[in-house]
Design a binder for this molecule. Structure first.
Ligand SMILES: Cc1cc2nc3c(=O)[nH]c(=O)nc-3n(C[C@H](O)[C@H](O)[C@H](O)COP(=O)(O)OP(=O)(O)OC[C@H]3O[C@@H](n4cnc5c(N)ncnc54)[C@H](O)[C@@H]3O)c2cc1C
Length: 286
């Protein structure tokens, strides 16, 4: 059977992993941190804990439970999911993984920088996906907005297509080696242009011409990953049916990144369904 990659080690990702691995799948969970649950304290509304349970304990026990059943849990940051030769390729900062099916359980964060009216520029020069939209900017001048390793990863994608690429860190200190990389650390105030973007206006009053800006702040969240794959979204969530299938066969989504309550019980239920359905898909398509 081909592999199942699960993006995220929160309640949704781990629950999916438990069901899939017990059904015989080869499962790898990739996660960069503890997600939303790591920000919580005592959980009092999850089944089975008479005096509540510390969120940290719930995370630790879930990951241990998955590992004990044979799930490979990897600490890495996912930068993109692409169509591969035999399924999907999950690209991370540290490498890449081939999968027959992928479950996106990345939680709810969407890293939109606080630049004035940014939403109105989406599709008019502002993009969240270098691999999808870089092609349209060949021969033009573009900025990658971000300061972390994800920004560097989007920069590298664009540099394969476009000559004139600058990483604009929007006032942040770059978290990567800037040697050989055009970097601008000025804080960005606004986008300027008419039908399409033509310049970035900086907080110090200066402006610079740009034809495109690729947002890559923090790390790629479910929203950015879904844009790269062409997944249907509902607001800032990934649209799924009752089987937690997205509009692309073999790609599932579960937990806070899908519509509905943002609660542990709902994430665990989503994970159960997605893990079970992904397993069926892998058995039918391997
Ligand atoms: C302060 C706080 C208190 C809360 N209290 C409660 C409560 O009392 N009861 C309750 O039911 N719910 C509570 N919640 C909500 C609950 O934590 C979430 O509903 C639940 O964690 C969602 O699970 P999830 O698996 O969908 O996402 P998350 O738990 O957010 O997990 C997302 C996973 O995706 C990973 N990830 C994201 N992007 C990437 C990437 N690019 N590469 C690799 N990995 C990535 C993260 O590292 C993480 O492992 C609380 C949330 C917060 C913030």
């Amino acid at each position: 059977m081909k592999k199942l990659i699960i993006a995220g080690q929160g309640p949704a990702g781990i629950s999916a992993a438990l069901y899939a691995v017990r059904g015989g799948a080869d499962v790898t969970v990739i996660a960069k941190d503890g997600g939303a649950l790591a920000k919580a304290d005592l959980i009092q509304n999850y089944y089975g804990f008479a005096r509540g349970v510390p969120a940290a304990q719930l995370i630790e026990q879930g990951v241990e439970q998955a590992k004990n059943l044979g799930v490979n849990v990897v600490r890495d940051e996912i930068a993109g999911i692409e169509f591969g030769e035999d399924g999907y390729t999950v690209k991370t900062i540290g490498g890449q993984y081939e999968a027959g099916a992928v479950i996106i359980a990345c939680g709810v964060s969407r890293n939109v920088p606080p630049i004035r009216d940014i939403q109105t520029w989406e599709g008019r020069g502002v993009s969240y996906c270098a691999i999808c939209d870089g092609f349209f900017f060949r021969g033009k001048k573009v900025a990658v907005i971000g300061s972390g390793k994800y920004a560097l990863s989007e920069y590298n994608v664009l540099k394969g297509i476009i000559e004139d690429v600058t990483i604009c860190t929007n006032g942040e200190t770059p978290a990567f080696d800037t040697a050989g990389i055009r970097t601008d650390t000025r804080k960005i105030e606004a986008f300027e242009g008419g039908d399409a973007l033509s310049a970035l206006l900086f907080a110090d009053g200066s402006r610079e011409s740009y034809d495109g800006a690729f947002i890559a702040c923090g790390s790629a969240g479910a929203f950015e990953l879904s844009k790269k794959l062409g997944l249907e979204t509902a607001g800032n969530k990934i649209a799924v049916n009752e089987k937690r299938e997205t509009n692309i066969p073999g790609i599932y989504a579960a937990g806070d990144c899908t519509p509905g309550l943002q609660q542990i019980a709902k994430a665990v239920c989503d994970g159960m369904v997605a893990g079970t359905e992904a397993l069926k898909y892998l058995k039918a398509n391997s």
